[in-house]
Design a protein around this ligand. Structure first.
Ligand code: 13P
Length: 249
């Protein structure tokens, strides 16, 4: 059985005070223990947020990292720095990083490898643009992203990787992929993994992301291959984030 996982991607939002209030509001609510829950916060808040969530069952993540451990890379953050601050998860290859900051599959592959080498859990994002979907290329695009980003990742490592399918046209737009379309692509991703890794692919968790809200989470989570959600907008408010975590209740 794959444990469901709900991850909040705060993106570039909240001041430090607002961030602390959000965490204390989340912690004031009862949260389903059978669901893994993670907040991916801006780097600069990591140590403060860690103090608040340590021992609460909420995991700590960030939204990016560089693939070298140290050196002359002005402005970057390394895997060992993240580890030394108690970070456990890292989102890699988010479409905003790919499109705004020109990240390539090759860079993302290096990041996935560096995360695994440093015992960080990578949350590897993939997903097509609207033009790619409209031209019928969505599966080719996602297959290329998955194959390239996971190049050289071994059977023993793949189980630790979380994959998030986030169609770009559904991010922040209020347009969610239908649960059928999301399931169709996520099942396809599992088949790609099966071709590379065999039966272990059934242990890999694959999330959906893109306008996940309390009113569509149940429908998505009922699907056989969807193991969780990577959430933007709805994680910035404690009530909606907790409703997502408690989707079973
Ligand atoms: P929204 O939930 O705001 O659509 O964002 C999704 C996302 O990009 C999470 O990484």
């Amino acid at each position: 059985m794959r444990k469901p996982i709900i991850i909040g991607n705060w993106k570039m939002n909240k001041t430090l005070d607002e961030a602390k209030i959000l965490i204390s509001n989340i912690l004031s609510q009862k949260l389903d223990n059978s669901v893994e829950k993670v907040v991916c916060v801006p780097y600069i808040y990591v140590t403060e947020i860690k103090k608040l969530i340590d021992g609460t069952g909420i995991g700590l993540g960030v939204q990016n990292m560089f693939y070298e451990n140290s050196g002359a890379y002005t402005g970057e953050i390394s895997p060992i720095m993240l580890k030394s601050c108690g970070v456990s998860y890292v989102i890699l290859g988010h479409s905003e990083r790919r499109t705004i900051f020109n990240e390539t599959d090759d860079m993302i592959n290096k990041k996935v490898k560096a995360a695994l080498q440093n015992n960080l859990i990578p949350i590897l994002c993939c997903g097509e643009s609207l033009e790619e979907r409209n031209s019928g290329a969505e599966k080719d695009v996602v297959k290329r992203q998955i194959n390239n980003s996971l190049f050289g990742i071994s059977k023993s490592e793949i189980e630790k990787v979380i994959i998030a399918y986030e169609p770009i046209w559904a991010i922040g737009t209020g347009l969610t992929a239908s649960s059928e379309d999301a399931e169709d692509m996520i099942k396809f991703i599992r088949e790609i993994l099966k071709d590379i890794y065999g039966e272990i692919s059934f242990k890999v968790r694959i999330q959906y992301g893109g306008s996940v809200k309390p009113n569509n989470i149940k429908d998505l989570m009922q699907k056989e291959n969807i193991d969780g959600a990577l959430v933007g907008g709805a994680c910035l408010e404690s009530t909606s984030f907790c409703e997502l975590i408690n989707y079973k209740i």
